[in-house]
Design a protein around this ligand. Structure first.
Ligand code: FES
Length: 59
């Protein structure tokens, strides 16, 4: 997965930011919602963001 792939356009959150959040222990969508505001503005990214998180946690 490309590190620079956009996950949440509203807050400019990319795959590399999701990887960092997982490494820091913020490893669920709900935790990322709180720590980096993932998905809380328009909500359009929620479904794909959850899929990205699930995919990255497989590694
Ligand atoms: S794209 Fe993520 S909240 Fe809008």
């Amino acid at each position: 997965m490309d590190d620079n792939m956009m996950v949440c356009e509203c807050y400019d959150i990319r795959v590399k930011d999701i990887k960092k959040a997982i490494a820091d222990g913020n490893d669920t969508f709900e935790k990322m919602e709180r720590c980096m505001r993932l998905g809380i503005l328009c909500g359009a990214c929620i479904k794909s963001a959850k899929a990205v998180i699930a995919e990255l946690k497989k590694d």
